[in-house]
Structures are given as structure tokens and as C-alpha cells.
Ligand binder design. Structure first.
Ligand SMILES: [Fe+2]
Length: 249
């Protein structure tokens, strides 16, 4: 029996230290697919290096995030707060032409991987929507066809599992947490954020999924968070974008 393994990354947000720590942690593993659920750039100090590094990964599948869209000139930053807008303008000035056109060409979610696996940044019906509540999840279970959906955008490592007519919320805690999906179960999974975690845990978050035995593992790894913060401050970006990395908020 095949035992495929997928790496699931999301919301890297130009944090080269966090991306490097994740890739180092998995460097001995071979993945059948490396999935990125969007927001490669925005907030962090190394947008160009992060896009260049990511593009080198073989068997990569990416859906675009709202920050990618704004950096690529495909959407306006009107819904961004002041810090995010400042960071978006700065990001545009730092991206090479080649990396900019890579961002411009990213797929719009949802992307169907087959076997009932669907990828999106925010949610399936709306790539920019935030999927926070079990009610949001319930609506998606009712209206969309999928078995396992990976999403990002909220930067919060969690899952929503359909349980009969209700929805079970699963919060991933700890540095390695496993979720085994029984036959026929439907689930929405957020692997958390590589580069700007918001669950008060300043560790890079990512996931591995084994589609042949329906096993998901959420992992956290430490990274050089102080260095990532200092780069943001030295670049003249809003200080809070650096400080929030220390707090994991
Ligand atoms: Fe994000």
C-alpha cells in the first residue's frame, strides 16, 4: 500500500528564519507534495528570499493568500490595518520582478487535489473569509463537497470535524499532535502559521498529512524569533510586527 506524505505549510509571511527552521526540521523527509496555503509574504522582513526559497521546493502546490494578492497588485490593501498596509508597500519594493510574477501567477483557491482533498487560504466559498467558528465550519460542511480541506488565514492551528449534524472543534496543542480521521469523517484542518503564529506560542507551526492512512500531524519548531524581530525593526517596518512574533500573537 502506498504511504504518501504531504508537507502542509501556511502563512509564512516573509519570515525566513521560521521557514528555514521548518525546512531544516523536515530535511531528511521526502514529500509527495509540499502544500502552501498562501500568504508567502507580508509582515516579515524577507519577502524576496522566502519566495525564492519556496519556489525551489519540488512538487510544490500553492494557493494564493490575501497578502500575496496585494503584493502582486491584484487587490487593494483597503481592508488592511495601517501596519499591514505599510508592510505591503514595503514588500512591493523588495520583490524581484521574477518573484513578483510568481506571486501574480499563484492559483486562486479552492484547489482540488483529488481523493476529496481541497486546499484554500480562507475558506472554500471565499478565499478571503476567516474560518474561526464552528458555525462557519458547519456552513462549509453543508455547502461544499470535500473530505479533507486544508485552510490557513487565521494563523490558528486547529481542526473542525463533522460529527453527525454537529461540528467538533479540535485545538492543536503541544509540539507534535496527531489526528487520525476515521473512515468517512470530514474535516477542516488549519496547520497554523509558519511565520506569524497567533496562538500565544512563538514556535513555527506546520503539518504533515498521510492521505493513505488519513493521519495528520501538527508540529511546532523553535526558530530564531529574536533575529526575525530585529530584521523587521531594522527595515523600518512597524515595531509591533516584530514584537508580536515574540509573543506569538
Ligand atoms: Fe496570513
Amino acid at each position: 500500500m502506498a504511504n504518501r506524505r504531504f508537507l502542509i505549510l501556511s502563512d509564512i509571511h516573509a519570515n525566513l528564519e521560521a521557514l528555514s527552521a521548518v525546512l531544516r526540521a523536515v530535511s531528511r523527509r521526502r514529500y509527495d507534495k509540499v502544500i502552501c496555503l498562501g500568504d508567502l509574504v507580508g509582515y516579515g522582513a524577507n519577502p524576496d528570499a522566502v519566495v525564492s526559497r519556496l519556489r525551489k521546493i519540488p512538487r510544490l502546490v500553492v494557493v494564493r493568500g490575501n497578502h500575496d494578492k496585494v503584493a502582486a497588485g491584484l487587490a487593494s490593501p483597503e481592508n488592511f490595518n495601517a501596519a499591514a498596509r505599510r508592510s505591503a508597500e514595503w514588500t512591493v519594493s523588495k520583490l524581484s520582478r521574477d518573484n513578483m510574477s510568481f506571486l501574480r501567477g499563484l492559483a486562486t483557491g479552492p484547489v482540488d487535489l483529488g481523493d476529496g482533498i481541497v486546499l484554500c487560504h480562507g475558506s472554500i466559498p471565499d478565499e478571503d473569509a476567516y474560518l474561526f467558528s464552528d458555525y462557519d465550519a458547519y456552513e462549509i460542511f453543508q455547502s461544499c463537497a470535500f473530505s479533507v480541506c486544508f485552510f490557513g488565514h487565521t494563523h490558528y492551528p486547529c481542526a473542525f470535524r463533522q460529527a453527525g449534524d454537529s461540528v467538533e472543534f479540535i485545538q492543536f496543542k503541544g509540539q507534535s499532535t496527531e489526528l487520525i480521521l476515521e473512515e468517512g469523517a470530514r474535516v477542516l484542518i488549519n496547520p497554523g502559521s509558519v511565520g506569524q503564529p497567533r496562538d500565544r506560542t512563538p514556535l513555527a507551526s506546520f503539518g504533515e498529512y498521510y492521505p493513505d492512512n488519513r493521519r495528520f500531524v501538527l508540529k511546532r519548531v523553535p526558530y530564531a524569533v529574536g533575529k526575525a524581530r530585529m530584521k523587521i525593526i531594522r527595515a523600518g517596518l512597524p515595531e509591533n510586527l516584530g514584537n508580536r512574533l515574540l509573543a506569538g500573537t
